[in-house]
Design a protein around this ligand. Structure first.
Ligand code: SF4
Ligand code: SF4
Length: 468
């Protein structure tokens, strides 16, 4: 790769490698900072299994309220389909932690810091481990990366365990073996992945790589070699042509310098066409840009689409498929906002007891329920409830408002009585009458919830026989 001065002289644009590094820095800063940024005293995103809560943009949802989850999952999966259809494996090269960790470890620590590898531009050449000094360097490289792996694993867990709780757990690890186990387990995997497994993960294990090819079309943007300019290096059956491009035809531009092959982290030859192993890092584009700059020609490997290369036109970003994805994602996002804004500030589950009713000597009829009230607000409140549009029904128990702390739940036995059931009851069969319960915070009129249940009136015959 050229120096800044020679790049300017040869009019080479800023390499994609540097642009990727900038994106990596932004992603790392955002990922590290996000768990510590709070809105309304809550994390921007936290899925706490201990507290059974989802924090999203400062709003807390309890597990009973995870009706938002399907919308979030739809957004995630359709978003991935959209991104892949538009930009191929752009996530792999530009946003995936695996690729970032490999760049930090292989290019940063092994190559630049310790000189274990000779050049970033030659990723095919493995370090010579017959030398003791190189073995030692490998151990130092792994030790250095362990610190990054531990930090990254903790950062990942911060989206499931709030940071302040995590730091408390670290000070007392014996009492929090599961979280500590997850932390060390994830860090160990990251260490193994970045230092030993490498791009084999992308090639053989990553599930995303397996599905991406079906999402591609001829307008999907990817690293692509232009055989019209460069000359065919491979035959249509995938076998390599015996003659190099220039030997086939002097007008072919590919010099067969293999700079684009040597730099490839997944060890493929992009001149063979689109391959599943390509992670869209665009190192090959940078490599060929540098080579072709010496001939004042643009790179033979472009970040473009098959159609654009074939027809020498611009990439079609907006086409029926991508517009449909955008419309669908926008619709789901709007629904998510509407559903999310209708979040209830308290929850109420009503269970009827197995005994349907009890007829009192006075002629009154009681029904029994269990109410599960949950205060999903961030403050403590006192709750009570009323029966709507049924003046004949009275709440017998509880008689006092119920105090519930922020985020807590309380189970209460509730008795509802009708004094004159004969006014409503049917002659010879039980009547299940729908009733609406309104539970509310007595100190905040905005906090309330309405639920339906039913009240059982025994038949008139049964009431009369019970009173004789
Ligand atoms: S062919 Fe290799 S170097 Fe080029 S974008 Fe794909 S993975 Fe990167
Ligand atoms: S870097 Fe460019 S010129 Fe060199 S082999 Fe690759 S495509 Fe051909």
């Amino acid at each position: 790769m050229q120096t800044e001065a020679s790049r300017k002289q040869l009019k080479i644009p800023l390499p994609y490698r540097y642009r990727r590094y900038m994106i990596y820095c932004c992603v790392a800063i955002i990922a590290l900072a996000l768990p510590f940024i709070q809105i309304n005293g809550h994390q921007i995103f936290l899925l706490s299994f201990v507290h059974k809560e989802l924090h999203l943009l400062g709003v807390v949802f309890s597990v009973q309220e995870l009706y938002l989850m399907p919308f979030l999952l739809i957004l995630l999966f359709v978003g991935i389909f959209f991104m892949t259809s538009l930009g191929g494996r752009i996530w792999c090269g530009w946003g995936c932690p695996q690729t970032m960790f490999r760049v930090i470890y292989r290019d940063g620590i092994e190559t630049k810091l310790l000189g274990l590898r000779k050049r970033i531009n030659d990723k095919q050449k493995k370090p010579d481990f017959s030398q003791t000094s190189n073995k030692l360097k490998k151990i130092i490289a792994m030790a250095l990366f362990s610190l990054i792996a531990l930090t990254a694993a903790a950062n990942f867990l911060f989206f499931f365990v709030p940071p302040y709780e995590f730091f408390e757990y670290i000070s007392n690890p014996a009492d929090h073996k599961i979280v500590m186990g997850f932390w060390l387990g994830i860090a160990t995997f990251l260490l193994f992945d970045a230092t030993l497994l490498g791009e084999n993960f992308c090639i053989y294990m990553c599930p995303y790589a397996r599905v991406q090819s079906v999402l591609y079309d001829n307008d999907t943007i990817m690293a692509i070699y232009d055989p019209k300019r460069g000359g065919a290096v491979y035959a249509p059956d995938g076998s390599k042509n015996a003659l190099a491009p220039k030997k086939q035809n002097a007008a072919n531009e590919c010099t067969n310098c293999v700079a684009c092959v040597k730099v490839c982290p997944t060890h493929i030859d992009i001149r063979k066409g689109m391959q599943l192993e390509c992670i869209n890092c665009l190192e090959c584009v940078d490599a060929c840009t540098s080579v072709m700059a010496h001939y004042s020609r643009p790179s033979l490997v472009q970040w473009s689409s098959p159609n654009a290369v074939e027809t020498s036109s611009k990439v079609r970003y907006f086409r029926l498929k991508t517009i449909a994805y955008i419309a669908f994602l926008s619709l789901i996002f709007v629904i998510l906002l509407i559903v999310g804004s209708g979040k209830e500030t308290m929850l109420l589950n009503i269970d009827r007891n197995t005994q349907a009713y009890e007829i009192r000597k006075s002629g009154a009829v009681d029904n029994y329920y269990t109410f599960l009230l949950q205060n999903t607000d961030s403050k403590e409140h006192q709750f009570y409830f009323e029966i709507l549009d049924a003046d004949e029904l009275k709440v017998l128990e509880p008689t006092e408002p119920i105090n519930i702390k922020a985020g807590s739940k309380v189970k209460k036995a509730v008795y509802i009585r009708v004094l004159s059931p004969l006014d409503t009851a049917l002659e010879d069969k039980d009547l299940h009458k729908k009733i609406k319960i309104r539970a509310y915070a007595i100190d905040d009129e905005n906090i309330f919830v309405e639920r339906e249940t039913y009240f059982v009136y025994p038949s008139k015959q049964e009431i009369k026989s019970a009173n004789h």
